[in-house]
Design a protein around this ligand. Structure first.
Ligand SMILES: C[S@@+](CC[C@H](N)C(=O)[O-])C[C@H]1O[C@@H](n2cnc3c(N)ncnc32)[C@H](O)[C@@H]1O
Length: 201
């Protein structure tokens, strides 16, 4: 059997993220995960939130490896992941009531980040919740030397990537009819941002 994709960071952060998801996601939610990666988050959250439906996704080239882990979990609320590249709209996601994405905005190009929010503005149901997790800059400043080093590492690998400005992300969210509800400090200098979509959209 092929080796499952694995991220130590996911192992480290999945429980602290879950504790916040438990406050915001509700029974019956249809959750869309963008940029699912290794699937460790999807399995942990679907296992621990059995009354919601967790639809993971990733770019086409990553879906097969993501599905290796999801298939092994055999959870009825965790179907096979679907292909979504945020740049290709409309997404084949239907109309989720909640959207989650971790560690994706600093990997995508700035254009892709804009498309991420445009797509969410179209797909997420009115009164829905968006949760994004990862490192952010505030008023143009890194929150730690390690995040500054991480940004340099990202840019050496791909000049289009990099730690994003919280204010820019908030502005893109506003354009998508979303309002910032919480900004949670997380371990390892990460943040977890919770946005709510307007009740009428
Ligand atoms: C650092 S990984 C994060 C994966 C996982 N969410 C985690 O927390 O470990 C970045 C993810 O962004 C995805 N990604 C990159 N470009 C994308 C795009 N245009 N649309 C959707 N996902 C994209 C990658 O395939 C990858 O799964």
């Amino acid at each position: 059997m092929s080796e499952l994709p694995f991220s130590q960071a996911c192992e480290n952060n999945k429980q602290v993220i879950l504790e916040i998801l438990q406050r915001h996601f509700k029974d019956g939610d249809q959750v869309l995960e963008l940029s699912g990666g290794t699937g460790q988050h999807a399995v942990h959250f679907a296992q621990n939130l059995p009354n919601l439906h967790w639809q993971s996704s990733d770019i086409p080239s990553n879906v097969d490896s993501l599905n290796l882990r999801l298939a092994g979990a055999m959870l009825t609320n965790l179907p096979a992941a679907i292909s979504i590249d945020v740049n290709h709209t409309p997404w084949n996601s239907g109309r989720p009531t909640a959207i989650f994405s971790a560690n994706s905005l600093h990997i995508m190009s700035a254009d892709s980040v804009e498309n991420f929010f445009k797509g969410i503005g179209e797909a997420l149901q009115a009164d829905g919740t968006l949760i994004v997790y990862g490192p952010f800059k505030y008023t143009g400043e890194f929150t730690s030397p390690s995040n500054e080093g991480f940004d340099r590492l990202l840019k050496d690998r791909d000049p289009a990537s990099g730690v994003r400005d919280f204010e820019w992300i908030s502005d893109l969210a506003t354009l998508a009819n979303l309002t910032l509800f919480e900004d949670n400090a997380m371990p390892a200098n990460n943040r977890l941002l919770v946005f709510k979509k307007a009740k009428q959209s």
